[in-house]
Ligand binder design. Structure first.
Ligand SMILES: Nc1ncnc2c1ncn2[C@@H]1O[C@H](COP(=O)(O)OP(=O)(O)O)[C@@H](O)[C@H]1O
Ligand SMILES: [Mg+2]
Length: 358
């Protein structure tokens, strides 16, 4: 175990990536470390020779194939979806598998300006020697173009439309002009962009039609059945427990099942049996939030209780996930407690804990 809190995934899954490269006899697009088939196997799990490849993403094969196929063309990839649908996760793993480097990343915010997307200047050098390549400070996008690797743009729609549009030349002409030097960077083969954006955010800056045309959009959905959602959460809880050096509680399976049942019912606006209609809270209540609730419970159960998950230590984080709007969501939760949980004998502990908090 290293002291680094979180290594890039190409380091964590180095052995799997090596095994895939070794067993790979498919055709590789220029600049790719693996064939598209092997990239899909890396993401969805399978075998490479004798090595077991773990599943990173649980969901539709078609979606992942479309995403990977897009990156082998001259179009960029935009992963769209509500928060917590594994957009960043898929983007990171795809970059790791395709070019062996997931760290070329730009986090787009309302404050992101052109110099963070194109290039900036080292002013000391600029004043001393005038504009030159040495004085130019490359961005991750610039470096990805030079190296022929992937650049990740996180939350693309959070940055201003004018800044977004600086990407148009890069994506359509595969070059970035540097007017100050009367020069340009030309992208090396293998360069492409994976952007993520979420469609639930307030203050999004919609992509211009010109930019949208350069992207293929793949929408990542919330898991459609409860079993795959339980699988995802269980997998991540086990991985987090390992990386935090905490034991996995004995009753993890049962508690994950109960928390996800509540999340899915609230999210979909009806009970799992479809008999009772409910109101949904304002937040997205995604799988990622269920993971956060369970991981929060991990350390609580290890340090402050008998090593098992229980309603008492999970309830506060459940409330935190559900109640995003203090007035409206509290009413939604209170109604759910009274109309649904109160009648379920196996949820008596959650009913008691949650009722005390709303
Ligand atoms: N379908 C899925 N398969 C695997 N992991 C998932 C899935 N959906 C959500 N997750 C988990 O959710 C967590 C958060 O995802 P993230 O990529 O940060 O969401 P987003 O960028 O869409 O807001 C990740 O740790 C990931 O493991
Ligand atoms: Mg994200």
């Amino acid at each position: 175990m290293t002291d680094t809190l979180r290594l890039p995934v190409e380091k964590v899954y180095e052995a799997e990536l090596k095994a895939l490269a070794k067993a790979d006899d498919g055709q590789k697009p220029p600049g790719w470390a693996l064939s598209p088939q092997s990239v899909v196997t890396y993401l969805l799990g399978g075998k490479a020779g004798k090595t077991e490849i773990s599943a990173k993403y649980v969901g539709s094969r078609r979606l992942i194939e479309t995403a990977v196929a897009t990156l082998a063309t001259d179009r960029a990839l935009l992963l769209l979806g509500v928060p917590g649908t594994a957009k960043s996760w898929v983007s990171e793993h795809m970059s790791a598998a395709i070019c062996g480097d997931s760290t070329r990343i730009i986090q787009c915010t309302a404050g992101t300006d052109e110099t963070q997307v194109r290039y900036g200047w080292n002013y000391a050098q600029l004043l001393a020697k005038g504009p030159s390549r040495d004085a130019l400070v490359p961005t991750p996008l610039y470096k990805a173009m030079e190296e022929g690797s992937l650049c990740r743009l996180e939350e693309l729609t959070r940055m201003g439309s004018d800044v977004q549009d600086t990407l148009i030349t890069v994506l359509s002409e595969k070059m970035m002009p540097i007017p100050e030097l009367n020069d340009a960077v030309y992208a090396t083969r293998g360069f492409n962009v994976i952007a993520t954006a979420n469609d639930r955010d307030k203050g999004v800056n919609d992509l211009s039609a010109a930019l949208k045309r350069r992207f293929n959009v793949v929408v990542l959905p919330l898991p459609d059945d409860i079993d795959s959602e339980i699988l995802i959460v269980t997998k991540r809880v086990n991985e987090m427990a390992q990386s935090l050096d905490l034991p996995v509680p004995k009753n993890a399976a049962e508690e994950i099942n109960r928390v996800i049942t509540m999340f899915r019912e609230l999210r979909s606006g009806e009970t799992l049996d479809g008999k009772t209609a409910l109101k949904s809270p304002s937040g997205s209540l995604s799988t990622a939030e269920a993971i956060a609730v369970m991981v929060g419970g991990l350390s609580h159960s290890a340090f402050f209780s008998d090593g098992s998950f229980n309603a008492e230590n999970l309830a506060p984080t459940v409330v935190g996930a559900v109640v995003k709007d203090p007035v409206q969501d509290k009413a939604v939760l209170a109604e759910y407690l009274e109309t649904v949980l109160k009648k379920r004998r196996d949820y008596a502990d959650y009913y008691a804990e949650l009722s005390g908090m709303v």
